[in-house]
Design a protein around this ligand. Structure first.
Ligand code: GRF
Length: 222
């Protein structure tokens, strides 16, 4: 619970109107490195994102991001998905996220296609980051796809998640030029830097209640 500056105790006043506001509770789903999770956590620690990471869930026991969560004292659960059917696995996820009272689910390199049932359980409350300017290059190896296609500009996208792959309404995008000298690795590094900027910003927009979704269009209040 966060009492902010207007809690009477903080102001040395007698209790009158007490405003109790809590930070947006995030559930972050990872499968690997976890650098986007780390960027979100850093932004929270810096105070640029008003949210709290209620739980990090990995579907792979070997995900390096798990250690980052442990070091930071963030609750972390490993729920292996290997060999599980989609609906059964997603029920486990929903249960864990609800246990931690998660309000916004953030997919951050989570290698698992969520079921329609999962998306229904968190309507308009699931976000993903993808390393291309969607709708170009959905799916795996987006940076390689961009290079092989020969585009001059690619980038990254934060979008809401629906039951299809990389297809929901777009919240924020950042463009990254493709250089003649680029390899998949060098391009990925520059895109990742942008991912670490726009994902926390998108979460902060949700936290501030500035987002409305009309069909496919996500509108941001000034
Ligand atoms: C990122 O490039 C993200 O856009 C994609 O998977 C990668 C995850 O990286 N969905 P990390 O685990 O956040 O470092």
């Amino acid at each position: 619970m966060d009492y902010r500056g207007n809690h009477p105790a903080a102001q040395g006043q007698r209790p009158g109107r007490i405003s109790i506001k809590h930070s947006l509770r995030l559930g972050i789903l990872i499968s690997g490195r976890g650098s986007n999770f780390e960027a979100i956590s850093n932004a929270i620690n810096r105070g640029t994102v008003d949210a709290e990471i209620a739980v990090v869930i990995s579907n792979r026991a070997a995900a390096p991001g798990i250690e980052i969560a442990r070091e930071r004292g963030i609750p972390v659960r490993v729920i292996p998905s290997a060999g599980m059917d989609r609906e059964t696995y997603d029920k486990l996820l929903i249960e864990e996220l609800n246990t931690h009272e998660v309000e916004l689910v953030c997919l951050a390199g989570f290698m698992w296609l969520l079921s329609a049932g999962f998306v229904k359980a968190f309507p308009g409350r699931v976000m993903n980051i993808h390393p291309s300017l969607l709708p170009s290059f959905p799916g795996l190896d987006a940076q390689r796809q961009a290079l092989e296609h020969g585009v001059k500009i690619t980038g990254c996208t934060v979008h809401f998640v629906d039951e299809f792959l990389d297809s929901g309404p777009i919240v924020l995008q950042s463009a990254v030029p493709v250089l003649d000298t680029d390899s998949v690795e060098s391009l990925s590094v520059r895109i990742l830097k942008q991912e670490h900027d726009i994902y926390p910003r998108a979460i902060q927009l949700v936290s501030e209640g500035r987002i409305t979704v009309e069909g496919r269009r996500v509108k941001i209040k000034e």
